[in-house]
Design a protein around this ligand. Structure first.
Ligand SMILES: C[S@@+](CC[C@H](N)C(=O)[O-])C[C@H]1O[C@@H](n2cnc3c(N)ncnc32)[C@H](O)[C@@H]1O
Length: 390
């Protein structure tokens, strides 16, 4: 599937709602033949570009390299087609492997069963050729194989990322319900923040949004902290090429932009501090233990607030509604000149913010369908009673 120039098709996967941001990131990085799909963007590039994509993309979860596609309507056909691929060109007996199957087809109902058949076909091929078999390791495989069956079309890919790219490598400890790093970066990029004006998360928890903001402002690639990418255990791994990319594309953080994080919980701020230190961003982010009610943003210059407040699972309905009402009051009174972006799955509570959203996007925080709302706070911003946001 590689052409004469060494270019091949790849698939970058992401969360629902972040496809257009990922498209933009890929375009800026130099990808060609871009096509947006459902929770993914297809593109073309060479091996160097595949390494760069893993190193740079903030909103990609993984980068897949398709190696074969064919039609299948039953498991015997699947077994036979998988056996037509010469697996020894991709890995040898010393490597472990794992299969991840995603099925959207009436012909196959269980992804586990599909993975099993694919594994059998690969193992049998090795046994026939070498009288020995490679072993499966579902925790930390050397070679991660992706099977995607849509109707009768099966695509076989190698996962060049290995562990999901949201695992940047800077998180030391987690507080309660940390937001996924890919989602956090996507929220910041969707906000259109200019990377120069003040950035605040006044309910920062373990600090994911402020860390991702500081990485963005300082042009630090999210892969700079990763210990390993999947392609590093491939047969064709080029270590020199990866080292060149690290050297060429990593700059020392130099932005003067102000990034603030604050949280009511002392524990959350302690966790944030650990994570920020591990990312080497201590001088780039200011932290405070403060309830949002007391936190005062810098008076001049405006800026952006991107935040993920409590959704209210453990709080009484009238308490969470009145908390969201007070958030609306705080934004209106203290955040003149700011663009506020708020992620929540609590539609009832959101109505109590009482400000008119100028933009809203649907995003998923894990399985939770959330609204990501933008409130532009200017001099004359008015509060309205229980805004209808649907
Ligand atoms: C959903 S969590 C945020 C998670 C965060 N985005 C992360 O990645 O870890 C909500 C946070 O709001 C904080 N919080 C709740 N009430 C607050 C208040 N009145 N002022 C400031 N922070 C508050 C909680 O302590 C919690 O850390």
């Amino acid at each position: 599937m590689e052409n004469d120039n060494g270019n091949f098709k790849m698939v970058a996967k992401t969360f629902r709602g972040l496809e257009t941001v990922l498209y933009k990131e890929l375009k800026e990085l130099g990808a060609t033949d871009l096509e947006v799909g459902n929770r993914m963007v297809e593109f073309t590039g060479n091996k160097e570009f595949m390494y760069r994509a893993n190193f740079h993309l903030r909103t990609a979860l993984r980068i897949l390299k398709p190696i074969a596609d064919f039609k299948v309507i039953n498991d015997q056909q699947l077994y036979d087609k998988i056996q037509t691929i010469d697996w020894s060109t991709y890995f040898d007996l010393k490597k472990t492997f794992a299969i991840d199957s995603v099925i959207f087809s009436d012909h196959f109902s269980h992804s586990n069963f599909v993975s099993q058949r694919v594994k059998d076909a690969i193992v049998d091929q090795f046994r026939e050729k070498f009288k020995k078999r490679p072993y499966v390791d579902t925790e930390d495989p050397d070679i991660q194989i992706g099977i995607h069956i849509s109707h009768d079309l099966c695509t076989v890919s190698l996962d060049s990322s290995g562990e999901s790219l949201h695992k940047r490598g800077y998180r030391q400890i987690s507080n309660k319900a940390p937001i996924n790093e890919v989602l956090a970066a996507g929220m910041i990029l969707l906000s259109g923040w200019d990377k120069k004006s003040t950035f605040i998360d006044p309910m920062c928890g373990s600090g994911t949004l402020v860390i991702e903001a500081a990485l963005i402002a300082n042009n630090i690639p999210p892969g700079a902290y990763r210990k390993k990418f999947g392609f590093e255990t491939w047969k064709d791994f080029d270590n020199e090429l990866l080292e060149d990319i690290y050297e060429e594309d990593y700059e020392e953080p130099s932005s003067e932009v102000k990034v603030f994080g604050s949280d009511i919980s002392e524990m959350a701020i302690r966790v944030s501090k650990e994570n920020i230190s591990s990312a080497g961003l201590r001088k780039k982010i200011e932290l405070k233990i403060d309830p949002i009610e007391n936190f005062n943003p810098p008076i001049s210059g405006g800026g952006v607030v991107v935040t993920n407040p409590p959704y209210g699972e453990r709080i009484k309905i009238n308490e969470i509604n009145s908390f969201y009402k007070s958030l609306g009051d705080i934004f209106k009174n203290k955040y003149k000149g700011f663009e506020i972006w708020l992620l929540s799955n609590n539609n009832d509570a959101i109505k109590h913010v009482g400000l008119h959203p100028s933009n809203k996007v649907t995003l998923f925080n894990g399985a939770l369908e959330c609204k990501y709302l933008n409130y532009s706070i200017y001099e004359g911003s008015k509060k309205t009673k229980n805004m209808d946001i649907d």
